[in-house]
Ligand binder design. Structure first.
Ligand code: DAH
Length: 339
């Protein structure tokens, strides 16, 4: 009996020592100390032991159990420690590695240009107002002195929702909407998206952005228009920027002009950027036409005003010297990152 116990004990200890995983230890516990385990079966065989030897055998069994349990516990702790160390090693954090940068993105060149324009005009006391992108034909054309059959309507061919409703071709209808509200004087800019049925190329897109401007008060003259837009050009392109007004025609202003700025690349000497002319065209403008005043409920004998319209993309392309408008819409981050 004694020998059998010794054998069981040695066998158990050997197995415990060579086990490398915690669940393996548990199997061993069950195999030796469990209900159907080896040691338990020795106790069960007690009835075959002479009564006087039973206490002795019982004590031996208990001793063996204690030794095996102690070894199990010791090994369990060692294995657990080893597992924890391995885990710590695997999950080690190198605090000297540079932190991953927070990816916050940044403003689109169009947005940067718009914010710059808004800053300049808000600084001069203008309000920023918005109008609908889906507009009545009446506001987009008729109230701007572009009646049915007017050639300007062909030039700005657009997308019709139905006979009376269009995707606006210009931000100018916001002029009519603002005048009709009847709150005078007016000093506003109105940025927004416009639409034309143009083919996409380096300088055209069926959808682009404009910023409209409108000033109405008593005694507003062309001198106010010139002074305001000259100041705007200086703020946008630099203190040395000169402006030039070329007569032009827009149905809703009279007289009308296009404004050029001296080339900020060559200072006006002529270069590739300004195609050798020294000047760059940037906007259309003029004195609000009396017909427009009348159609929008303002007395042209009392009030005068000026208006202007700037292409936002054109400003962004110029400012950042981008030579293809399509780049602004492709949203290639490698391109956008540069600005
Ligand atoms: N709406 C014109 C266009 O899309 C631009 C324009 C020119 C706006 C003269 C104006 C202006 O307010 O006075 O071509």
């Amino acid at each position: 009996m004694k020998e059998r116990l010794e054998k069981i004990k040695e066998e158990a200890l050997k197995q415990i020592e060579s086990s490398e995983a915690l669940d393996k230890l548990n199997d061993i516990r069950v195999a030796y100390l469990g209900k159907k385990g080896e040691l338990t079966s020795v106790l069960k065989g007690m009835k075959d032991v002479a009564p006087e030897d039973r206490p002795k055998v019982g004590q031996m069994v208990n001793e063996a159990r204690e030794i095996i349990e102690a070894k199990l516990e010791e090994t369990r702790q060692a294995l657990a420690r080893k597992a924890r160390e391995a885990q710590m090693k695997a999950e080690i954090i190198d605090v000297t590695l540079p932190a991953r940068k927070a990816n916050v993105g940044h403003s689109h060149p169009n947005t940067v240009a718009l914010e710059e324009l808004e800053r300049i005009f808000v600084g001069m006391g203008y309000e920023v107002v918005e109008g609908p992108e889906i507009e009545y034909d009446e506001y987009n054309f008729t109230k701007l002195n572009i009646p049915e059959g007017h050639p300007a309507k062909d030039e700005q061919d657009t997308f019709y929702i139905n006979k009376d409703i269009v995707l606006r071709t210009q931000t100018s209808p916001v002029q009519a909407r603002t005048m009709e509200k009847g709150k005078l004087p007016i000093r506003m800019i109105s940025p927004g998206r416009v639409f034309r049925s143009d083919e996409v190329d380096a300088t055209h897109s069926p959808s682009f952005h404009q910023v409209e401007g409108l000033v109405i008060d008593k005694n507003i003259t062309f001198a106010d228009l010139k002074g305001t837009l000259a100041e705007f050009a200086k703020e946008l392109f630099g203190e040395d920027t000169k402006v030039k007004f070329r007569p032009h025609h827009f149905p809703f202003t009279e007289p009308s002009a296009e404004m050029d700025v001296s080339c900020f690349k060559c200072g006006g000497k002529g270069c590739r950027f300004c195609k050798g002319t020294g000047w760059i065209e940037i906007l259309g403008c003029g004195m609000v036409h009396p017909h427009v005043f009348e159609m929008c409920g303002i007395d042209p004998e009392v009030y005068t005003g000026f208006a202007f319209g700037v292409g936002l993309e054109r400003i962004a392309l110029l400012k950042y010297e981008i030579d293809d408008m399509r780049l602004l819409y492709e949203n290639d981050v490698r391109f956008l990152k540069q600005f």
